[in-house]
Design a protein around this ligand. Structure first.
Ligand SMILES: Nc1ncnc2c1ncn2[C@@H]1O[C@H](COP(=O)(O)OP(=O)(O)OP(=O)(O)O)[C@@H](O)[C@H]1O
Ligand SMILES: [Mg+2]
Length: 130
């Protein structure tokens, strides 16, 4: 992303989200550097809204996952439809893509709400997807 584009993007986000200049700059810097972000804060302090607005203004696909204790690597990455795999084998067309794969393929932002609730067995998916 060019410096001028970033500045313009920052100004557009600023118009929609009030009083989050520092957070916006930090998030945009991390995104421009291709890094992941962990947003932490009390309820109702614009975490989701800020990310949604940034993705919208960047014109980037925004894929949201609800972070719960029963999230699994298969749910995140994708899985072969059991019934179809049994009937016809493990064919690519029977693979149900998960949100992580979808975000990687589309080059979008994967937003995991309540990341603190997801079980540790899911962490390896993120290590492998840098
Ligand atoms: N700084 C702000 N500028 C504009 N709208 C805001 C701002 N802060 C909060 N809001 C509004 O307050 C509501 C709650 O914000 P949001 O859902 O983004 O918070 P959150 O930090 O994701 O909360 P939670 O931790 O509960 O998920 C939204 O409807 C949002 O539009
Ligand atoms: Mg939220």
């Amino acid at each position: 992303m060019q410096k001028e584009d970033l500045k313009e993007l920052y100004e557009r986000v600023k118009k929609k989200v009030i009083n989050r200049e520092r957070e916006t700059r930090n998030i945009l810097a991390a995104l421009a550097a291709g890094r992941h972000i962990l947003l932490e804060g009390p309820p109702g302090t614009t975490k989701s809204t800020l990310l949604q607005v940034i993705a919208e203004e960047m014109n980037t696909p925004f894929i949201m996952v609800e972070g719960t204790a029963d999230l699994t690597p298969s749910k995140l990455l994708g899985y072969f439809d059991p019934a179809q795999a049994v009937a016809e084998g493990y064919k690519p067309e029977h693979f149900v893509e998960g949100p992580l794969l979808e975000a990687m393929k589309k080059g979008g932002i994967l937003y995991i709400d309540e990341f603190n609730r997801i079980p540790p067995r899911c962490f390896k998916c993120f290590n492998a997807s840098h």
